[in-house]
Design a protein around this ligand. Structure first.
Ligand SMILES: [Fe+2]
Ligand SMILES: [Fe+2]
Length: 191
């Protein structure tokens, strides 16, 4: 069930800390898949691969995107690390042979989120934030709880925490995160 081959490839490719994080996301995503009746193997593949493009530096990422005709938005030009998500989905497809659109979508949106995420998008978005090796952040304890009781609430709280952090640091925020926040905020009000 677990794709040990992909796991081995990631162990070679990623720095130790990022590899440990990726394994954490893989197992957390598989647990969430059990909880929400999703395909466990697919959740594991998306989890182990989600940061497969994160070892490149900013210039390399921009170059690789341009070379492979991956669109770069204005925000991504200002904060190129965001590109590891799109580029990761591209590499999952072309280097690791993943054709499953749900897996590729979850890798694409794992950093920013977006409105109307699929179940796997949400599983990976949340697993990335709560996996066991993540440092403690303001809302992580609640998000860890919500993840297994109300996944949309976990997504909403994660977006809230991220946007708050970004505002405090005066950092760049991707427009998809803002749209996602507005979308899931409305959903929380309706509840
Ligand atoms: Fe990432
Ligand atoms: Fe990650």
């Amino acid at each position: 069930m677990i794709d040990y081959d992909l796991q081995k490839k990631m162990k070679k490719k990623l720095k130790k800390k990022r590899y440990i994080h990726s394994v954490g996301v893989m197992y957390t995503a598989m647990n969430l898949a059990m909880r929400y009746d999703y395909d466990i193997e697919k959740a594991g593949i998306a989890g182990i691969l989600h940061d497969c493009a994160k070892e490149y530096d900013d210039d390399e990422m921009i170059k690789l995107c341009e070379k492979n005709k991956i669109e770069i938005t204005e925000t991504e030009r200002k904060a190129p690390y965001l590109l590891h998500a799109k580029l990761g989905a591209y590499m999952a497809k072309h280097e690791y042979g993943i054709d499953d659109e749900e897996i590729l979508s979850a890798i694409t949106w794992h950093t920013t989120g977006k409105p109307e995420m699929t179940l796997l998008d949400k599983i990976i978005f949340v697993a990335d934030y709560i996996e066991p090796s993540r440092k403690k952040t303001d809302y992580i304890d609640s998000i860890r709880k919500y993840a297994f009781t109300d996944l949309d609430k976990a997504v909403y709280t994660e977006l809230y925490g991220t946007l708050k952090y970004v505002q405090e640091k005066d950092a760049i925020v991707d427009e998809n995160s803002v749209l996602a926040y507005e979308y899931y905020e409305k959903m929380m009000v309706m509840d």
